[in-house]
Design a protein around this ligand. Structure first.
Ligand SMILES: [Zn+2]
Length: 83
């Protein structure tokens, strides 16, 4: 496709309605904690217990006291209807 003299490229757009749903086939949500001071991270787990225990242990060993909690999950986008 060449760029016309006026610098615009035309394209055909299709409008559709999309929705997100939880993608369970990729596994359950993964919980984790990360030390904001040094970047060390806990192992991922199915709930908060392990990552929070790791954070408390890390605080006791290093004196680092600020942690970031993360939950990683997957979503699937599906087209509902072409508008
Ligand atoms: Zn740390």
């Amino acid at each position: 496709m060449s760029v016309p003299e006026h610098g615009w490229i035309r394209s055909r757009l299709r409008f559709a309605q999309w929705a997100l749903t939880n993608e369970k086939s990729s596994g359950p949500p993964i919980h984790g904690t990360e030390c904001v001071t040094c970047g060390e991270t806990s192992q991922g787990a199915d709930d908060w217990e392990g990552p929070q225990t790791w954070a408390l242990r890390h605080a006791g060993q290093t004196g680092h006291t600020l942690f970031r909690g993360t939950v990683t999950s997957y979503f699937r986008a599906s087209m509902l209807e072409v508008l």
